[in-house]
Design a binder for this molecule. Structure first.
Ligand code: FO1
Length: 317
């Protein structure tokens, strides 16, 4: 049987881990990874694209696996020098990482698109699968909180996810054009499955789904859409998803994630520790696969990727 063709929707760490498993499972031409750009912002005059960079660094084995962002083996001379002259030093930019931000900022200033410069960087770093920004236009996630509206990085980094969230907005989303290559894949009959990776549903996946035409296109096409729950045993593996759910009045459960995506997905992979929720999730009208979804090793990433591909194939029959 030929390998399936998969479109993966990804945010930061969790999404990139599964994307790596998929990269090791599929021929490069069979995998396209769409990265959220709602986290992006202009800082110190540089255009910073964290979720694109987490996917790029992870698939090129440059990522710092413990930190979850930026490069491994990083030095911080730029930040030290910036701090000494009184620059904004709440957002840490490693010396190697700075090369990425300067290179991208220069390319964008020369009029190149984010898709184009991302493709060039991925090719230069020897990454086989396509990595697509969800849009080339500027979309910015705003976190609505008890402390007022916060630009995403102020919420996530400067304020360490402490403010209680009340909602989210994606400024610019109404005028943003969904990535054309992504829409061609969704609207064509090229895909065997679409994987919603275990990223934060609210600030990593919803920006992609909120782009004009994306939800309608996903619901109109026939290949199975499967999600992997980012919530395991009531907790997010990394990041504020569970805290956000509690603040939004939602239970931080795999069932609540399935309900969040219920109008979109055909199936969901939940972790073994959440096995008792499988029946309630199936009652929503979707398929459920119970597996180990916590990815500690490369083998875990590959195993989960294989489970997602098999799950998609079964649903697609
Ligand atoms: N996250 C932090 O918690 N602290 C940081 O200082 C930080 C710097 C940073 C620099 C470049 C980059 O690509 C990501 C960075 N992140 C940092 C992560 C960033 O906030 C992302 O938006 C999160 O990974 C959420 O997706």
């Amino acid at each position: 049987m030929s390998a399936p063709t998969v479109l993966a929707l990804s945010g930061g760490v969790g999404g990139a881990k599964l994307a790596l498993g998929l990269m090791h499972t599929l021929p490069p031409e069979n995998l396209t990874v769409v990265a959220n750009t709602g986290d992006d912002f202009t800082h110190l005059g540089l255009r910073i694209c964290p979720d694109i960079d987490t996917v790029v660094y992870t698939l090129s084995d440059l990522a710092d696996k413990d930190r979850g962002w930026g490069r491994a083996g990083e030095s911080w001379n730029f930040m030290a020098a910036l701090g000494r002259i009184g620059g904004e030093d709440w957002f840490n930019l490693g010396d190697g990482d700075m090369a990425m931000h300067v290179f991208r900022t220069q390319a964008l200033a020369e009029g190149r698109t984010l898709s184009d410069v991302t493709a060039e960087i991925a090719e230069t770093l020897g990454i086989g699968p396509r990595i697509l920004p969800m849009t080339d236009e500027t979309v910015a996630t705003v976190v609505e909180s008890a402390n007022g509206d916060l630009p995403f990085q102020h919420y996530f980094v400067r304020d360490r996810c402490e403010p209680a969230v009340t909602g989210f907005r994606f400024t610019g989303i109404a005028d943003a054009k969904a990535n054309a290559e992504m829409m061609t894949l969704i609207n064509g009959s090229y895909l065997d499955s679409i994987v919603v990776t275990p990223s934060n549903p609210f600030v990593s996946i919803d920006p992609i789904l909120s782009l004009p035409g994306v939800r309608d296109a996903l619901n109109a096409q026939t290949s199975p859409i499967i999600a992997v729950s980012p919530i395991v045993g009531g907790q997010a593996i990394k990041g504020p998803a569970a805290k956000m759910m509690a603040e939004l009045g939602l239970p931080s459960t795999a069932l609540a994630v399935a309900e969040h995506y219920r109008d979109l997905i055909d199936g969901i992979v939940i972790d073994e520790v959440d096995n008792e929720q499988a029946d309630d999730i199936a009652a929503l009208g979707m398929e459920v696969r119970v597996a180990q979804t916590v990815m500690r090793t490369l083998e875990d990433r590959k195993d989960l990727a294989r489970i997602c591909c098999a799950f998609g194939a079964e649903i697609g029959l």
